[in-house]
Every structure is written in C-alpha cells, then in structure tokens.
Write a protein that binds this ligand. Sequence first.
Ligand SMILES: Nc1nc2c(ncn2[C@@H]2O[C@H](COP(=O)(O)OP(=O)(O)OP(=O)(O)O)[C@@H](O)[C@H]2O)c(=O)[nH]1
Ligand SMILES: [Mg+2]
Length: 436
Amino acid sequence: MTTKRLLDTQTPPDRGFLIQMIPPRRDRAYAELLAAELNHLARGAGLEVVGSRLLSDRRVLPSTYLGTGTVEELAAELKELDVAVVVFNNPLTAVQQRNLELRLNSKVVDRTGLILEIFAARARTREGRLQVELASLLYQQSRLVRSWTHLERQRGGFGMRGGPGETQIEVDRRLLRDRVHALKKMLEQVERTRTLQRQSRREVPLFTVALVGYTNAGKSTLFNRLSGASVEAVDRLFATLDPTLRQVILPGGGRIILGDTVGFIRDLPHQLVAAFRATLEEVLEADLLLHVVDLSDPEWPEQEAAVLEVLRELLRERGQTVAQWPMLTLFNKTDQVTTPGLLDRLLSRPHSHLISARTGEGMPALLAALEEEANRNSPCYRLALPATAGALLARLCREGLVLERQESEEKIVLTVSLPAPVAGRLRKELLPFVIL
Ligand SMILES: Nc1nc2c(ncn2[C@@H]2O[C@H](COP(=O)(O)OP(=O)(O)OP(=O)(O)O)[C@@H](O)[C@H]2O)c(=O)[nH]1
Ligand SMILES: [Mg+2]
C-alpha cells in the first residue's frame, strides 16, 4: 500500500475520498454514522479526506463492485478533486480493487486494508509487527482465494514463475503459505522469549503512562494537549523515533512519558484481532493506564466494557488482573454531555476524572493526579551531594527525574524521584547523602 504512514509530518498527506454504501434495510442516517467513523479512520491512516459519497447501488458487480455508470461519474469527480486514494467501507475482492484502480485512476483500499495500514504504523514491539504482517498476509490470502477463478482464466496454463504446470496463483499461494508458516514460527519464538524482551525494553527510566480507549474517544487530542506545553528538543527526538511517545512536564517540574495507542474499532475483521491485541502489547509496559471514554457517544458504556474486556484478556495471559493494574478512567468530551445528572453520577466513581480534551476542562486535576501517581511509583529522595560526586549526579539525572536542584560551591542539593528498581540498585551509594 502506498498511503503515507500515520503521523508522517514530513510529507503532505494523500488526498482521500470515501465511499460508503447504505446497507440493506438501513437508512441514510445510519450510513452517515458509519461514514463518519470511516472518515476518522482514514485521517488516522494519514489521509486528508477531500470528499465522500453515500451510495445505494444495490447491484454489486464482481468486476468493479459498482455499476459502470457510477464508476464513470466517480472517476470524473475524483479527477476534479485530484484524489490519490479511494477508501471503500466494504470488503472488495482483489479483482474489484484492481479494476477500480484502473478505472478511477487512484489507489483503492477497503476498510480492512485501511485498518491494517493504521496497525502497521502503530505496531512497535516485535510481536506487534509480526502479528500485523501475519494479518496482512492472511488478508491477501483470502483475497487470492476469492479471485481464484478470475486469475486462473486470465493466466491459466502459463505458470511463468512456478514449476511445470504451476499457475501464478499457485506460486503466489505457496509463497504466502510459506511466509505465513514462517511468521507463525517466529511468533511462537517471540512469545517464549517475551519475558526476557520485556525486561530489556524498559529502557526509558521515566514513569510511563499509556492512553487507551475506543476509536474516536479523544486519546490523540488529549495526548497533544498534555504534551503541547512541553515541546523541546527531547520531544523532537521522541517524535522522530516514535511519534506516539512524548514527554509531559508536570506542574511540579517532574517529567513523565506519555504514549498514545491505536483505538479499539467496532466490527474488527477477525483476521485483525490478534494484530490489534499485539499493538496493545506495549501498553502493558506502562506504569499507569489512562482509559479515555467518549461520553458524547451514546454507546459509551458498551465501549468502556469492550476495552476493559480486551485488557482483561491481555492481562490474564500474564497472570494479572485489571484490578491490580493502575488505571484512571477519563470521561472525555464533557462539553458535549446533555444527559441531566450524568456528570454528577460519574464524579463519584473512584479513580475517575471528568475532562474535555478539547476545551481543557479538568486538566489541572488530571495533571495533579498524574503527579501523585508518578511520585508514588517513583519514590523521591532529597540528597546533598558533594561536588566530587559527578558520576553519581550524572546517573541520577539520566535514570531519575530531578524535581529540584540547588547548587552551591561545595555541594548540590537535589530532590530526585527514582523508579523503584533504580532506587533499589543505587540504595547503598545514595544512603550517605540522604537528607531529610
Ligand atoms: N467535543 C469534543 N470533541 C473532542 C474532545 N476530545 C476529542 N474530540 C474530538 O473527537 C474526535 C476524535 O479525537 P481523537 O483524539 O482523534 O480520538 P482518538 O481516541 O485518538 O481516536 P483513534 O486514534 O482512532 O483511536 C476529534 O474530532 C476530536 O476533535 C472533547 O473533549 N470534546
Ligand atoms: Mg488517536
């Protein structure tokens, strides 16, 4: 796929156009809802959506999905709008995709292809990347099967690249099968060594917080708001290495790392479930989860439950429970809530905050809560170091979070918060310098 990667800020986004069919026995309003979600996903995959169409074309053609007249009309509109990528919210066969690409003179993807693109951009761990590749091969495989008859007719008997009598489709299938097999083997290996990797992956010594939640809940908006005030060189570094990790400076001057994640999506094609879960694997490396819930969506209770259920399964595999996992629930988009009494009711829920990532409501309380959590997890030490303890000082600055620092000629007094394992390792060295 050639659509640009998520959050790729170096190049202008591709111009995208969306096609939404009105499902049988459903009305326009329902189709508009689906189209709005597709629009959100398309933007998440790095597209600039310049137009969309709701279609009620019932006769699905095996060759081009849409009827000839519709395709022609579309082609003209797309040319006018200079569209690079057309996204269909329904599955397309490989044949339909190819024919549409030729007639519309644009790249064509369906919903599954689009979601795969988002996952590919977001998968960070080795397991995540392998799972996404596997999902993408299984997706291709299913499309080869579907387009089998067509391809066979077109290429049958030639089998240029295979052994004698082997048609192109057989070669493609065999290659895919081999790769799928190899990937599954690699995944088994990764799962066996997961614990070891997890230890070495904990390179960032700072308190890390991960945003999770349903798609469209407002995670990225909150991510930008919280990290917006702290743009400096180190953030640019994080942004190049990983656009979904940023530093947040807390009111007391402490620093934490905030991670954005890919959202939960309804009707996730089944080949993508494992890949989605693997993109969440990294979430389990965080010290604290922030679960963002979209109060403006009438289905928010179901969405909240769905997210918790997936987290529960991920944790169960590790012998942990959600209750053990430090998590704050952030009820977002309070600016959109009109249900009387809802906010009051939610206010009494423990470990919860009412916020609006858009207006900034609730941010001071949230930041204070993050500070409290960070301090609890990383105990603070007040130290008076002699000027000669340069090596120890450098280490504290690297592995800990210096909250306060006063220097005089002969000593440096500092308050530093250290992640528990670091504090454990440095205990003996620190003890002589601790002041109360
Ligand atoms: N009214 C209102 N809209 C918000 C608020 N927070 C986010 N939004 C809007 O909700 C939409 C989705 O926001 P995102 O931040 O992209 O959601 P997300 O959770 O990152 O979505 P995924 O990345 O797909 O999982 C955007 O149009 C935001 O402007 C809020 O507090 N109030
Ligand atoms: Mg997002």
